[in-house]
Design a protein around this ligand. Structure first.
Ligand code: ADP
Ligand code: MG
Length: 281
């Protein structure tokens, strides 16, 4: 047991890609992070800012070219423990279709634990539990490719859950979904977090970030803001300078403030807007 009680630690993490043409891209630079167990972290940043590269370090799909990453106290450079890292921190990707590996939902969810060498009886109960957990139990015998995008992502999440992870990393899992699919996935992830799983959720939907414990903003391979949604979204100008929006309500509050309306500078929700504009209501 490690003395390090954080779920994830990145110390001076850097990543340089070498391209086929022989040039180098510094995708991450001196990233320092500590994510305590149970936290719900959202990572935002424009295209190419290094979010996916960071995510891949958190389950040892990439190795640091500088610094180091610990997952539940395990150094991701420890080759002998790579599978332990991947089981601890499972990853869900953007395109649900690329994550389907079997012809029925239950076989798909069983794939991960089968690869871990779990006994069959145990696998059946894990598959059942995981599908219940994401609200997809009644689809166990269905063909995954016929499901909606939101359902496919929930099956992908169940496949990770069946490996009993402590942490789930989601790299823009809602980017290809319609609003109702997005909502399904977001509610599922929030529920798992309430049940104790650490969540790292990469998204370009600012409204999803409002619901996190913590928002990390990346630009050009670096962490440029890191705090609660309220702290981070107060930096409207800085966010805009790196090509990001703020939640719609925050934007509206800023415009009202610029127009001379007396309103708090850290509005994140409609309720807060109403309370700030009509203190007596
Ligand atoms: P994001 O997920 O925020 O869009 P990425 O982590 O995918 O950002 O990319 C960060 C930077 O690294 C970008 O400049 C991107 O072009 C570059 N990059 C990503 N993957 C590779 C790769 N396999 N080879 C070379 N460069 C890469
Ligand atoms: Mg990406």
């Amino acid at each position: 047991m490690s003395a390090n009680m954080d779920m994830i630690t990145a110390q001076g993490l850097g990543h340089r890609y070498r391209t086929a043409e022989g040039s180098e891209v510094q995708a991450l630079q001196n990233v320092n992070l500590r994510v305590p167990r149970g936290q719900f972290v959202v990572i935002i940043g424009r295209n190419g800012s290094g979010k996916s590269t960071l995510a891949k370090h958190l389950n040892a799909l990439l190795q640091p070219t500088e610094g180091r990453v610990l997952v539940n106290g395990i150094d991701t450079k420890d080759i002998e423990r790579v599978w332990e890292v991947r089981q601890t921190a499972g990853m869900v990707f953007q395109n649900p279709d690329n994550q389907i590996v079997a012809t029925t939902v239950e076989e798909d969810v069983a794939f991960g634990p089968e690869n871990l060498g779990i006994p069959p009886a145990d696998i059946r109960s894990r598959v059942r539990q995981s599908l219940l957990s994401v609200g997809m139990a009644e689809y166990a015998k269905h063909a995954p490719h016929l499901l909606s995008g939101g359902q496919k992502q929930r099956v992908a999440i169940a496949g990770i859950l069946a490996m009993k992870p402590k942490c789930i990393i989601l790299d823009e899992p809602t980017a290809m979904l319609d609003p109702s699919g997005r909502e399904e996935v977001l509610q599922t992830v929030k529920k798992l977090n309430r049940e104790g799983i650490t969540v790292i959720h990469i998204t370009h939907h600012m409204d999803e970030a409002v619901e996190a414990d913590r928002v990390i903003v990346m630009d050009d391979g670096k962490v440029i803001l890191d705090g609660s949604p309220r702290e981070v979204f107060r930096h409207v100008d800085k966010l805009k300078a790196v090509g990001l929006n703020v939640p719609q309500i925050t934007e509206l509050a800023q415009q009202l403030r610029n127009a001379g309306v007396e309103i708090a500078d850290d509005i994140l929700t409609i309720d807060e807007m109403v309370a700030s504009l009509c203190p007596s209501s």
